[in-house]
Design a protein around this ligand. Sequence first.
Ligand code: ATP
Length: 217
Amino acid sequence: MNKDMLNRLIQYKNVAMRMKELGFVRVFSVNLADALNINPVKVRKDFSQFHIKGKNKGGYDVDYLITKIDEILGKEGVEKVVVVGVGNIGSALINYPGFENVGIKIVAGFDIDPAKIKQDREPPILHLDKMKDFVQQENVKIGILAVPEVAAQRVAELMVSYGIRGILNFSPAKLKIKNCIVTDVHIEAELENLVYFVKNQEKISTTKEKQKDDNTY
Ligand code: ATP
């Protein structure tokens, strides 16, 4: 499946989920086409390629459509990921479109600050209280942790208790977590390292230059 097709399937599913939330039981190719700004013929072609069948009276059953797309995406190995802590780093990650190219979809962000909550954007940013139900319903196994250091351990423990099995940790905290793979991304430490080596290299070059100069006398 190519990248465009994958993106379309993800968007069809998002539209179907939104329609379901609004109480619709059926969705038409024209609704999906409008939402994606494409021709309804393309929607029907996509669906027939994946053997997604319409109803006799037209339209597709919303639940059936979501399940079918989930099955297809599951086969394609699209991994759902949540971001916890939607500050500078968290929101940059949520808004970065490049993850979809590698089969990763950020499905939601979570925060405790009411000012950060935005339920009607895609992906939505929800209150931390909603994380348990969300990750269990959506079967999310991977989380990105971008909360302040003081909160990191407690939030990571919550994530694991809700079923998260892998954490990409952007906080400076050294997490002590069982039953979960943690990968640390310590940007400050990496930069510090780089600064140290660049400075040292400068020192070595200056000493070498000085030695060369000394030798000329
Ligand atoms: P960043 O560290 O990403 O640059 P920032 O400086 O904007 O972010 P931080 O104080 O590091 O802000 O907090 C990052 C985000 O984590 C904020 O949006 C904050 O509301 C959120 N946050 C703080 N504590 C928790 C918590 N216990 N659970 C979830 N989110 C939290």
